[in-house]
Design a protein around this ligand. Structure first.
Ligand code: SAH
Length: 198
């Protein structure tokens, strides 16, 4: 990852420490055994690529005690990275089974993230505002509600696009109604689900 350009020492350190296979195996099983949503084959591998996790985590510029909202708990690997960076982590998953299993896993591993079953498009207003928001599924657009759950100077890292690839965007809330947006290249994510019935 260092060779690929990741320079954030804290991110490199915590990723080096976390046993990734524990998460990876689990999400892989879940997708094949229970998922009734059309996930592309191999989506688990793509999402769990350490480089993407490192890249998004670095862009957030997390400081200890920061409040971070994650959209798309999935297998919980990114959640663990955020916890190891000593953020206060709030994470939302749209699929009930994944939510339950990952909630248990994170608990067993001693991670203190607050996990929610719900829709990431809504965010989690009761705990807002956040220092950072990280979206780990491909969003069709930048959800307005998420933008307004950021603190002023808060940062949102979100892959945007509905095709096979998404543009990684960094949104910074500069003022009450003032946001900047920067692009950080193409990545590939499973889609952010809309109108899921259960
Ligand atoms: N951060 C995860 C990424 C998992 S893949 C990890 O480290 O493994 C993306 C996840 O986003 C999937 O689990 C998917 O179910 C979830 N997701 C999709 N649409 C969502 C939505 N609208 N709200 C919350 N989670 C969503």
């Amino acid at each position: 990852m260092r060779e690929k350009g990741i320079t954030d020492e804290n991110v490199l350190r915590v990723m080096n420490k976390i046993p990734r296979h524990l998460f990876f195996d689990k999400v892989f099983h879940d997708k094949f055994a229970y998922d009734d949503v059309a996930f592309p084959i191999g989506a688990g591998q793509t999402i769990s690529q350490p480089y993407t996790v490192a890249f998004q985590s670095s862009l957030l510029q997390i400081a200890k005690r920061d409040k971070i909202l994650e959209i798309g708990t999935g297998c919980g690997y990114q959640t663990a990275v955020l916890c190891e960076l000593e953020a206060r982590v709030f994470t939302i998953e749209r699929q009930l089974l994944l939510f339950k299993q990952t909630n248990n896993l994170l608990d067993q591993m001693g991670y203190r993230a607050k996990t929610f079953f719900g829709d990431g498009f809504e965010g989690k207003k009761v705990f807002a505002p956040y220092d950072g928001i990280i979206v780990t599924c491909g969003a069709p657009f930048v959800p307005e509600k998420l933008k307004y759950q950021l603190k002023v100077n808060g940062r949102m890292v979100i892959p945007v696009g509905e095709g096979d690839t998404q543009q990684m965007k960094l949104i910074v809330r500069l003022g009450e109604d003032d946001f900047s947006a920067m692009d950080y290249g193409d990545f590939s994510f499973v889609p952010m689900l809309k109108n899921k019935s259960k």
